[in-house]
Design a protein around this ligand. Sequence first.
Ligand code: ATR
Length: 284
Amino acid sequence: MTARCFVAGSPIAHSRSPLIHGYWIAERSLDATYERIETTPETLGALLGRVRTGEFRGGNLTVPLKEAALPLLDRITPEAEAMGAVNTVMMRDGALLGANTDVPGFFAHLDHAAAGWDAQPRPAVVLGAGGAARAIVYGLMRRNVASITIANRSPDRAKLLAAQLAQPQAPPLEVAAWPPQPELLEGAGLIVQTTSLGMKGQPELEMAWPGALAGIVACDIVYAPLETSFLAEAARRGAVCVDGLGMLLHQAALAFGLWFGDTPTVSAALRAKITRDLQPQTGI
Ligand code: ATR
């Protein structure tokens, strides 16, 4: 029987996930499909019902379903529970399970692209305090960082996030002013841009940069465009830059592994294929 998988969300037409999973399905000659399904929080229950009956092997959830899924599942992994967000679903031992591969995907890519970034404990900075920031702060708290400073347009949201995630044995969580000021990066080893700023069709991030960023790793989770103005500015100042496409590919690889028992490596050929697809259409 064909193993059917999906990515669900609204809007969903732009999702590159079918291209990514389709590549691995073809590479392995699997009898499997991966489709886009336009789904709102109101219709999510019905779609998850089709996972329960075995019609689908598994699925990915994206905006606006990652939080809405929580009460509809039988079990949630501790990571997804802590983040309050699920991006991968499947049946396990007769129960509908929700997992989150965004966080391990982000760190798999960061560790690959900037190996040794946390060899020394230095401060880390996170721009934004939404769902993506929550996931990344949660992951950073389990790495070798001296502190984590969150800067967000709405300071109360940053304070709430810090208060919710703080743990006695983990690196301290701090809150900084918006827009980000040059002092924010003093001594820092990592800065992660998690807001929607810089994404195609969104305003640019206005940030006051320090002169040089040598020794700092700068990540953006935005992947369209692949080189955001945040990454271009960071690169100009000497930072090691890590783009958002790697996180997308690595979270997908981990989800694929959960459904098919075989986690693909993220190859340069796949990256090149998706990069080509992300290029703005040219020609007449
Ligand atoms: P996600 O789950 O993708 O992180 P989200 O929860 O809607 O999405 O969070 C979006 C983030 O982008 C937030 O940090 C948001 O800041 P606010 O908490 O102040 O809303 C940030 N963001 C979105 N538009 C912004 C803008 N024009 N200027 C500054 N920050 C912005």
